[in-house]
Write a protein that binds this ligand. Structure first.
Ligand SMILES: *[C@@H]1O[C@H](CO)[C@@H](O)[C@H](O)[C@H]1NC(C)=O
Ligand SMILES: *[C@@H]1O[C@H](CO)[C@@H](O)[C@H](O)[C@H]1NC(C)=O
Ligand SMILES: *[C@@H]1O[C@H](CO)[C@@H](O)[C@H](O)[C@H]1NC(C)=O
Length: 439
């Protein structure tokens, strides 16, 4: 009898140690591959680079939509925008929300775990309606100014500490989403802080300071301009400003990881870093072109046996994040044909074979509410098809990109029938037409 009890106890212990992992989802706002981990030589991101060393770096990750709210709702509902109803940027006036019955990670986690797992969000949320996305712990732009909660990494760190303490006190595993607002543009709203709010909190006169941020100033003369952008001083200055905010984001990532350590949960927490959509430069955000949909994705697993300091060629979609989070939390996926992704966790253990059928899908409907421009996409490893459903319409340009110096310069040159200097002549092809990132 005693022997049996002992066995049962052993099994229980074994069961516990293989129990649910916590999940920390770190989300950048409009970031692309501006990091050392993705071989950018200029932008300094020691914390993201260290995360990549501890984890798996994805070279073929794609968002299904290149727009903030539809992308965030894809992460939280597992559904493409046309399916969840989050067609464009969430706002109240035009009732831009998900469809009323749509489920989400925080709601599902609470319901299926019976409140046993704690959910939290710190930083940018930008999805709705509130009832469809009810986190147990919320510190977002709904309670704070977006810069304070999304760019002030000291503030964000303080809330993360508070959340982790609550999880510890209540002895609950957790799902925490941290939505950085960097490196989003802000020149159209608060130009006094710079095009990307890179000066805000820098300690310069009138900018306030962010105690945990050590601003890194980039010399725009020395930057390499990516091949798809005009090689002009205007573009270089924009890149220098963008990199400055990427470095703030990177230091924020470092602070969050330190908080995990301090709370003693780093070895039980799956860390995912990605971005909602590509950068706000030509061919980037709001497009289904490569620079709009290719996503940085780093996943660091606490399991010793999982892959570390490796890169993967697996083709994954950000629609796969939802089932991956449920997988890590050991919550069964709801039986819903609208949820199309698959858990990525097996890729952390073993590189999947490359198959002819590997493909990802895209679906874009709006960005701003006035920007109806429906597109659908399928992309495999060799080809990409974009179906512009309403192709006779003008392609709409969003506000913050329209007012940006980069776009204005292109616009001016176009109106004046001038060309801008490019590194790659427009009609030349490279050996790598998909512009694949290698590691
Ligand atoms: C950022 O937050 C910290 C801590 O709350 C505060 O002391 C600081 O003034 C804030 N920075 C800015 C620029 O508002
Ligand atoms: C899921 O739903 C389908 C269609 O309604 C049904 O056939 C199937 O048995 C369900 N599976 C589970 C596990 O509930
Ligand atoms: C574009 O042209 C306008 C009007 O001439 C000018 O004010 C503006 O500075 C130009 N912008 C850029 C980025 O060249």
């Amino acid at each position: 009898m005693q022997f049996l009890q002992w066995i049962v106890a052993l099994l229980l212990i074994a069961g516990c140690s293989a129990g649910p992992q916590n999940v920390l989802l770190l989300l950048a706002d409009d970031a692309g591959f501006e990091s050392g981990a993705y071989l950018n030589k200029f932008c300094q991101t020691p914390n993201l680079d260290a995360l990549a060393k501890r984890g798996l770096l994805f070279n073929n990750a794609f968002t299904s939509v290149s727009s903030c709210s539809p992308s965030r709702s894809q992460l939280l509902t597992g559904q493409a925008g046309h399916s969840s109803g989050m067609y464009g940027l969430h706002q109240g006036v035009h009732h831009f929300n998900v469809l009323p019955e749509t489920g989400s990670l925080p709601n599902l986690i609470r319901d299926l775990s019976g409140g046993r797992i704690l959910s939290g969000i710190i930083g940018k949320k930008h999805v709705g309606a509130a009832n469809n996305f009810r986190f147990d712990f919320e510190q977002t732009e709904e309670q704070h100014s977006i810069n304070q909660i999304g760019r002030n990494i000291t503030r964000m760190k303080e809330y993360a500490r508070q959340f982790l303490k609550q999880a510890k006190d209540e002895k609950k595993p957790f799902f925490l989403m941290v939505g950085f607002h960097d490196p989003h543009r802000c020149g159209h709203i608060t130009p006094q802080f710079g095009e990307f709010c890179e000066r805000w909190g820098s300690g310069e006169e009138g900018m306030g300071s962010i105690p945990d941020w050590k601003p890194i100033y980039y010399d725009w003369h020395n930057l390499d301009v990516p091949a798809w952008l005009p090689n002009t001083d205007v573009v270089r200055q924009e890149l220098a400003a963008q990199y400055m905010t990427i470095s703030r984001l990177d230091q924020g990532v470092g602070l969050m990881l330190k908080e995990l350590e301090a709370a003693g949960v780093a070895d039980q927490t799956l860390v995912i870093y990605t971005s909602d959509n590509g950068p706000p430069f030509p061919g980037g955000r709001t497009n289904l072109y490569e620079h709009g949909i290719r996503s940085p994705l780093i996943i660091s697993s606490p399991n010793k046996k999982d892959r570390h300091h490796e890169a993967t060629a697996a083709m994954v979609s950000l629609l796969d994040i939802y089932p991956s989070v449920l997988d890590a939390l050991q919550i069964p996926q709801p039986n819903d044909t609208k949820i199309v992704g698959r858990s990525i966790l097996p890729v952390l253990r073993e590189e999947p074979p490359i198959k002819e059928s590997d493909s990802v899908f895209g679906s874009h409907s709006y960005h701003e509410v006035t920007m109806a421009y429906p597109m659908r996409m399928v992309r495999n490893r060799r080809y990409k098809l974009i179906h512009n459903i309403n192709y006779w319409a003008d392609f709409p340009i969003d506000q913050d990109f329209y007012t940006s110096p980069t776009f204005q310069q292109i616009l001016n040159a176009t109106l004046e029938k001038q060309t801008l200097p490019c590194i790659v002549p427009c009609c030349s092809t490279t050996s790598d037409p998909m512009g694949a990132v290698r590691h």
